[in-house]
Write a protein that binds this ligand. Structure first.
Ligand SMILES: [Zn+2]
Length: 80
């Protein structure tokens, strides 16, 4: 897994920006736990449930599966 340093050059505002760029959503917790979400799966779930597809809204709904913390960061990751 390669982490892209593209935050300054490309916008990753919604899950569609991730799928468009072929990126996974890398979720990092303050405890060090990392998870990768498939933007296509996330958008499918959001559309079905009528939820907001913007990253800040998705981030607010996420919870670390390791420690239960809600203070998680989202960023783009590209699969090698
Ligand atoms: Zn955690």
């Amino acid at each position: 897994m390669r982490y892209e340093n593209v935050m300054g050059t490309r916008r990753f505002d919604t899950v569609f920006d991730y799928s468009k760029n072929g990126c996974m959503i890398a979720v990092t917790c303050v405890c060090g736990h990392k998870a990768h979400l498939d933007p296509k799966e996330v958008s499918k779930v959001c559309i079905r449930k009528g939820l907001d597809l913007r990253i800040p809204a998705i981030r607010a709904r996420l919870k670390c599966s390791a420690c239960g913390n809600r203070d998680v960061q989202c960023g783009p990751a590209v699969q090698d």
